[in-house]
Design a protein around this ligand. Structure first.
Ligand code: RM4
Ligand code: MN
Ligand code: MN
Length: 428
């Protein structure tokens, strides 16, 4: 089932096809001179997939305000409709990552069927113990998995186990755990005790994990706690993952580090010790800004993929979870997510173009100028025709944003979904 009429996409593609053919042929010749087969690159682009955050299709907000857009999804079914549009046009986002309880279905089987009818599957499940829910016995104001009270910790553990049980019914294969636990004042929290509680809680959740699942631990430097956070950095994440179990891995959210931190090196370190499990892609200028992937520093995104491709080539079994995690405050979330998926895909394709033999040669002969130039040679190449061709061949749109605007999907859902005043994202 297609959310947007296939004729609209076909019509749009037909107009763009002659230009694409010419650009693709020209790029093909250029790549051939470098010994690269464009067809191989296009096939690789076609295999690329990144999961959509269910919470990203509603307009986000800050702690100051939220400015809802027209036709926001009001429930998980409408969120899936929007995700299906994104995948139909971008052909790079076949899965959705759910956030529980925001997306808790009454009938998981019906939800699975609804997704399947829209060519979607479910990626990692996210638990939420950073907010209080109306029906819960204990508050998370002073922590969840690391709270000083055993009863609160137990409640948070049980929530995570419930999320795993639900994920099993939906075909998910991973649980992502991000907690807001931490402190706002020096002295407020006993560092060693709270980390010890975390380890105990993480093990209890891990025990409930099916054999073919991964548990992904997401670190974040600050917010909502502003003095210390229990899983603050990749070091804490690595230690916790190592202590918890073999299938417990670290997840890197690009926005969860201090400005200027070398994230690509964190990626390399975690992977070298078998603990890199997944990503939340977004971009940031100051902190956890949740800006669109590649909008601030596309070179950093490329450098992350440069590491990933390098690791993949050494170990073909290496397959971390890729997810977008963004908050769209001023754009149409569907447009942002289509554009962002393509930005991540672009970074991947460019990373494939790096002449690794030459790079290693320059590294070994201590030639920094040529080493960085080798990376730049790949980064500076415009691979847009490869992305466009991969999308067109897979049945998507050559230009997803233009096709989406031509479809008038947003105008149509704005009529069907009157403003509810509720946040479609669950946040704010
Ligand atoms: C957090 C973190 C988590 C996400 C929430 C909504 O900052 O990035 O991944 O689940 O936001
Ligand atoms: Mn995240
Ligand atoms: Mn975040």
């Amino acid at each position: 089932m297609s959310m947007i009429k296939p004729e609209v996409v076909a019509d749009h593609n037909q107009k763009q096809a002659p230009t694409l053919e010419a650009d693709y042929a020209a790029l093909g010749e250029k790549l051939a001179r470098r010994g690269v087969d464009i067809e191989q690159l296009t096939r690789a682009a076609d295999t690329f997939a990144v999961a959509l955050p269910s919470w990203g299709v509603g307009t986000g907000g800050t702690r100051f305000a939220r400015f809802p857009g027209p036709g926001e999804p009001r429930n998980i079914f409408e969120k899936l409709d929007d995700c299906s549009v994104i995948h139909q046009l971008s052909q790079a986002t076949p899965t959705v990552s759910l956030h529980i309880p925001w997306d808790r279905p009454d009938d998981p089987k019906a939800l699975l069927e609804y997704a399947q009818a829209r060519n979607l599957a479910f990626d990692a499940m996210n638990s939420n113990t950073f907010q209080d829910q109306a029906d819960q016995a204990y508050s998370y104001k002073y922590g969840s998995l690391t709270h000083t009270s055993e009863a609160v910790r137990q409640q948070a553990i049980e929530h995570n186990v419930e999320v795993v049980e639900l994920g099993k019914k939906l075909g998910s294969k991973a649980l992502t755990v991000w907690i807001g636990d931490g402190s706002n004042f020096p002295g407020q929290q006993h560092f060693r005790n709270s980390f010890a509680h975390y380890l105990d809680s993480a093990r209890a959740i891990y025990d409930a994990l099916p054999d073919d699942w991964n548990m992904l631990l997401e670190h974040k430097m600050f917010e909502p706690a502003f003095y210390s956070t229990v899983i603050q950095d990749w070091g804490s994440s690595y230690l916790a993952a190592r202590e918890t179990g073999e299938r417990c891995l670290s997840l890197v959210d690009l926005g969860h580090h201090a400005p200027n931190v070398n994230i690509e090196m964190i990626v390399s370190r975690l992977a070298q010790f078998g603990k890199l499990g997944g990503f939340h892609f977004n971009d940031s200028k100051y902190g956890d800004d949740d800006l669109d992937s590649g909008s601030i520093d596309p070179y950093q995104l490329f450098l992350v993929f440069n590491e990933l491709v390098d690791i993949q080539q050494a170990d073909s079994a290496f397959a971390p979870f890729y997810m977008l995690d963004q908050s769209h405050n001023v754009t149409d979330p569907i447009e942002s997510l289509m554009y962002s998926a393509a930005e991540v895909q672009r970074a991947f394709v460019k990373a494939l173009l790096v002449d690794r033999e030459a790079l290693l040669g320059y590294q070994n002969s201590s030639d920094p100028l040529m080493a960085q130039a080798t990376l730049k040679q790949a980064f500076n190449l415009d691979v847009e025709p490869v992305l466009q061709m991969a999308r067109q061949r897979a049945g998507g749109a050559i230009d997803p944003i233009a096709a989406y605007r031509a479809s008038e999907y947003r105008q149509s859902v704005a009529r069907d979904r009157p403003q509810s005043g509720q946040s479609g994202s669950g946040i704010v």
